[in-house]
Each structure stands twice: as C-alpha cells, then as structure tokens.
Design a protein around this ligand. Sequence first.
Ligand code: AMP
Length: 333
Amino acid sequence: MKKNKVPAIILEKGKPFQKEYNKILKAIKRYDRIAIFRHIMPDFDALGTQFGLAQWIKDNFPDKDVKILGDNHVTFTPRLFPATDVVNESWFKQPFLTIVVDVGNAKRFADPRWKKAKYKVVLDHHPQEETNGKVNIVDTSMAAASELVCNMIYNFKGNYVMSKQAASYFYIALVGDSGRFMYSSTTTHTFQIAEQLLKSDIEISKIYQTMYEKKIDDLKVTAYILNHFDVSPHGVAYYVLTLDTQKQLNITTERGKENVNLFANIDGINAWCSITEDNKEPCFRISIRSKEKPINEVARMFEGGGHAQASGAKINSLDELPKFINELDKLFY
Ligand code: AMP
C-alpha cells in the first residue's frame, strides 16, 4: 500500500491519532504474541474488525502468533468467520499484546484474559466512561469499529498490504454497523474506507449474500413477529420472544434480535425493539433501534448503552417492560 494513494479524508481523520497509531504499530512490531479481543455476543462489526485486524497482522507480520479470543456466533460461525481460537492458559504466561476492538466497557469484554497482557490497546467507537488500555483510541464519529481500525491501518507509516481476506472481514464489519451505509453515522469517511477496501478486490455481492442469508424456517419466525408485535402510543414497536416461544420457533436466544429491523422505514414507527428472554441468565435482552432520536440514554437506564440509533439493554423480568417502553415512548411525545 503506497502512502500517496491514501485519500486525503482518511489522512485528515487520522491526524489527531497519529501519535497513538505510531505507538500501536511499534507495539505490534515489538510483541511476538498478540491477542485480539472484543465484546460478548458479537455482531458483524465486533467479529469483522477482530478477524480483519488479526488477518492484517498475520499478512504483514507472518512470524507473529496472533490469537482471536471470545465466544463464537451462533450463525456467523462458520458461515462468515472461522471459529475463534481455543487458547491454553500457559500461552498467557509469556509477554503479549492485547488489542481490544469495538468495546470499551470491561464488563463486556468477551474473555477476561485481556488483563494479563503487558501492553493493552483499546480501539472503539462507543461512548465510553472508562479507559482500560495503555493506548485508548475512541472516536464516536466512526460508524463502525472497523472504520476506525482501517483508518489506523491506512495511516500507518510503511508499505503494508491489505489482503482480500482482511478487507472482506473489515467490509462485513463496516456494512454491519452502518446498516449497509443507511444509518446517520455514515459519513464521507465511511465511504472512503469502503472504497479503499474495494481496491483489495473484495467480492461485495458474495459478501452481502452470505451476510444476510436466511433459511426458509426463518420466515416462520418473521411471520410470528409480524403477528405478535405491539406499538406504543408514540410509535415504539416491540416484540417479545420468551424461552417458550424460542423453543416453539426452534431458534436460539442470540437469534431473537435478528428481526428487529423489520420495523425500520415504517411510517409512524420511531423506535423499535426486540425483547428476548436469555437462556443463560434470568433476564430479557433488548435490542433498540431508532429512526432519529438518540435512544442510548434510555438504554443506559436499563443496564445498557450503545450508539444513538442502535443500543442494547436488559430487564430482569417482563414486569419491567411497561416502564422500559414508557421511557422510550416519552422520547417521542
Ligand atoms: P445489539 O442490539 O446487541 O446489536 O447492540 C447494539 C449496540 O449497542 C452495539 O453496538 C452494542 O455493542 C451496544 N450494546 C449492546 N448492549 C450494550 C450494553 N449492555 N452496554 C453497552 N453497549 C451495549
């Protein structure tokens, strides 16, 4: 990758972080062992950024021992991403570098062993209240964590390759968290990064097909949701999938939120949520999406957080659901 080919928008956006980027590149060069972490219950962006960065390091520093940590996804693995690494405790006893992507809140890091690293880097685009790395780069103006990580890579000083495989992972992440470039978080910089990734000869139609592929049985889940959703007085649409319903529909808890965007682009619906009973903890996990108004403050009131238009939260039982819906509804009075 030649420096002079990097578009000005990417160079400009990277300017404030140049010092940190240099430190990170030095750390990547210094450590033989590198472990890459992200958040629990990973989505396209968490996995795409994690696998993209791991692939980029392996392509450019083939002697490094790079590990990808955290739980696998119930349908993305192995459809879109290989399984994560199963790493023995002894590996973490030697000095290693931790890079955490797409999450700043340590409670949500998918593997506690990030802490054991000699040097820690956190790269995130969520609003954050804590710093867990020696180097922390947080930029909430980025539509996806992959947009931020790609900005870093394209700003690294030196000639590095962005392979088709690395670019494909980063592109999945970018498409995932920008809602296929539809969310208001999408900027000229987002498109510039997409353009750079396309230069690595990625096959976008194949990528979209694999990302959004559904099975015939999934249509039954959609039919159930369309027959059972509710809408609050000021346009908050929501559906509930209890464990009994999940069993009846033959879906796992993680898949509950997959239909949430059925309610996007509907006149009169301002925000929409999936409420899915958890199979591990006694609680209901909520995915919230919004057309315009930020919903992350309400998410924070219910043990969650996230972005202005896409957040996650949690309630302990359905008794709390009216209160939660009412708080969201109030945003649209
Ligand atoms: P989800 O609905 O799970 O796809 O999450 C939407 C966005 O909110 C993602 O960027 C998540 O990382 C973020 N998010 C979800 N749950 C939480 C939480 N409990 N705390 C902070 N951020 C969250």
